[in-house]
Design a binder for this molecule. Sequence first.
Ligand code: CO8
Length: 371
Amino acid sequence: MTDAVIAATGLYTPPNTLTNAELVETFNAFVARENARNAEAIAAGQAEALSPSSVEFIEKASGIKSRYVMDKTGLVDPDLMRPIMPERPNEQISILAEIAVEAAMDALVAWNKPASEIDAVICAASNMQRAYPAMAIEIQDALGIDGFGFDMNVACSSATFGIKTAADYIASGSAKAVLVVNPEITSGHLNFQDRDSHFIFGDVATAVIVEAADQASGGWDILGTRLKTQFSNNIRNNFGFLNRAAPEGVGKPDKLFVQEGRKVFREVVPMVSEMIVAHAEDLGLDPTALKRLWLHQANINMNELIGRRVLGREPTPEENVIILDEYANTSSAGSIIAFHKHNDDFRPGELGLICSFGAGYSAGTVFVRKR
Ligand code: CO8
């Protein structure tokens, strides 16, 4: 069995920042318009007035201050409230593949080896732009990689599931180097007219190169990977190819992201904390000795609770890295952004944890040691 190493990571950050204030201003303009339109029905008690959103609530409930988005113009227009991304001809690279390639190129520069040394591409994300051909194969083609590629979707846990799959390929000898990309254009599948969730997500792409330890120089030893899934209806995206076959859905808007945020919070925190501690113990590691947690970035209060349960103390900001204030929830990419941006200070031998959790439910743990 060959050990696997995280040899390099890469990041693509979209050009547009969207602050809570901008998002709330648009949402509240929409609310004022809808309430004015329905004024008579509201006054007669036949319809409920919509409530405004607030910057203070968003920051306190989630820790999110801003996010990056691929298109901003449509999101700040109360008459649209969805991103504008014109369809591209088949001859042009698709937008999801394009941002994955950007992140991959960033990782390849850090790796300092050519793309031709990659054997496989896994595109692991919560929304694929199309069913087929696989996004991964388009990305493979754009980078000039000779090998194979496929897509996988485990929602917010896609990156850790991708890293584990890559590490298993390396262990079995199927590949010597695997590129895992996580392009997340979450703005395409978020209902910006839903007060409960309009602030949650942001767009981004990350890339991770997983390589055989016997040929890697530097990087991070993968000490252990573990995956867990447990069915829950509390986070769903019912968009799918059979939507158009449902007679009751004809003429209705696309199905978008929905969740029961409170329930997710309550159920996922214990599940993930226990999983991290048990996995550390099985690897013979002391979880309280971890130098850093690079947790999934959905909610700051959730991460603080998990951090406290895992480390057995109040984690410092250096121990429990937060990037969701700037990026919001970027689904699978969140823990990878945190890892990518905050690992320069590690010395050889020091330990950390990349951990994801989200829809499914799904969770993944990847313990790493600086080489
Ligand atoms: N402005 C002002 N007030 C608001 C707003 C708002 N925007 N929204 C809700 N409120 C009000 C509510 O009406 C409620 O009022 P009242 O108490 O009077 O009834 C009050 O605020 C509290 O509401 P909640 O209980 O809903 O608020 P919470 O404190 O629970 O916070 C959160 C909501 C932030 C959503 C929180 O529950 C949370 O973050 N939970 C964890 C969720 C999570 O981790 N989800 C992971 C999902 S991602 C994933 O796995 C899959 C991804 C797929 C990809 C993406 C595609 C888009």
